[in-house]
Ligand binder design. Structure first.
Ligand SMILES: [Zn+2]
Length: 180
């Protein structure tokens, strides 16, 4: 029995050809530091961004990378302007190519990803997958009210209580004076 070691950081740059030869499986954490576009798109990322990817070939001998990336992010609710948590899981199946022309020749079930020479920037293309799966707008599932109407409601309640209290006091005075 042993405790699972902490997950390692996914390598940023790999050569897909080499990893396909080894039918490599990689799992690891995407470091937020290298995901500037994601950091700008969300309020915050909560916890780790976990990835699992498998390199291989399909039946037609295309180089493929399939897997998933998952994370939890806070977005701004467009109704009440408070953060709302969204759980994201993006699944993908890439076909690795070296030109747009090669990409167009891929079967429909493979998303073309262009490797630059010997280097495939895993962090960049995994970030793309997360960004593609971000909802355009976010709302709380449960009822929440817009910031404006929420404040009006608070003031009404406070004013109501202030008006109510003097009457209660009067009633109590009347009641006690009536008894005596
Ligand atoms: Zn809300």
């Amino acid at each position: 029995m042993s405790i699972a070691p902490p997950k390692s950081v996914l390598p940023k740059s790999v050569d897909a050809r080499k990893l396909v030869q080894r039918e490599q499986f990689l799992d690891g954490i995407l470091p937020l530091e290298s995901l500037e576009r994601l950091s700008e798109a969300v309020e915050s990322v909560d916890g780790e961004i976990a990835t699992e990817i498998q390199f291989g070939r399909d039946l037609q001998n295309h180089l493929t990378v399939s897997g998933k990336v998952s994370c939890a992010v806070d977005l701004l609710c467009q109704r009440c302007l408070h953060p709302v948590r969204e759980q994201l899981e993006a699944q993908f199946c890439w076909g690795i190519v070296w030109s747009e022309e090669q990409g167009r020749a891929l079967p429909k079930d493979l998303d073309p990803v262009i490797q630059d020479g010997d280097e495939l920037d895993l962090h960049l293309i995994l970030e793309d997958e997360i960004l593609l799966n971000l909802p355009m707008v976010a709302y709380h599932d449960e009822e929440c009210v817009s910031k404006e109407s929420f404040h009006v409601g608070e003031e009404e309640t406070e004013a109501g209580e202030q008006q109510e209290n003097p009457f209660k006091v009067l009633e109590q005075l009347k009641g006690s004076s009536g008894k005596s």
